[in-house]
Design a protein around this ligand. Structure first.
Ligand SMILES: [Fe+2]
Ligand SMILES: [Fe+2]
Length: 171
């Protein structure tokens, strides 16, 4: 996603995240953006969450199956890379776009963005444990991250749902 934005240049940014310029930064019309009640930004965030859940489950399975170190590393690296990309997109792209439209959401969403640093830190800890061959230590931190991420994504999705219903009322 970020690569695509770089390729296409910043002029396309509003289109990519579902906004358009029409006398200022405005939500695009419902026919353009809302599909099944979901706008593009929400759709993307929710889709990424479901994908990340799959990656959490894949790593969880390697711990349960006591797979080889290589399999655990592979599953961890994939989850870690995708989580970092997701957090970066929310911090730099999705959340600021929402704040521009709904400044009252900035405070609760800043709190969620601060949580990203905690997750980044926990991922580093899992990597350290794995680097020392400590699978048990890695699994311990992983299960905490797994549980906290579920709560985190639910809070984000609740905010996005609130945003959508407010925008629908304004239309
Ligand atoms: Fe997040
Ligand atoms: Fe998220």
């Amino acid at each position: 996603m970020l690569g695509r934005i770089r390729d296409r240049g910043l002029a396309d940014l509003p289109t990519l995240i579902g906004w358009s310029y029409r006398g200022g930064l405005r939500w695009r019309s419902s026919s353009e953006v809302v599909r099944g009640g979901r706008n593009l930004t929400s759709e993307r965030v929710v889709k990424e969450h479901r994908h990340l859940e799959d990656l959490f489950e894949a790593l969880s399975r390697t711990f349960v199956a006591e797979a080889s170190d290589e399999n655990v590393w592979e599953a961890f690296e994939e989850l870690s890379n995708e989580l970092h990309a997701h957090f970066d997109q929310e911090d730099q792209l999705y959340f600021p776009a929402i704040w521009a439209l709904k400044p009252e959401l900035k405070e609760p969403m800043e709190e969620l963005a601060r949580r990203h640093d905690m997750f980044r830190d926990q991922l580093r800890r899992i990597g350290d444990h794995l680097g020392h061959g400590d699978l048990e230590g890695a699994a311990g931190v992983f299960h905490t991250v797994d549980r906290l991420f579920r709560v985190h994504e639910q809070l984000e999705e609740q905010i996005l749902e609130r945003l959508e219903s407010e925008l629908e009322l304004e239309e």
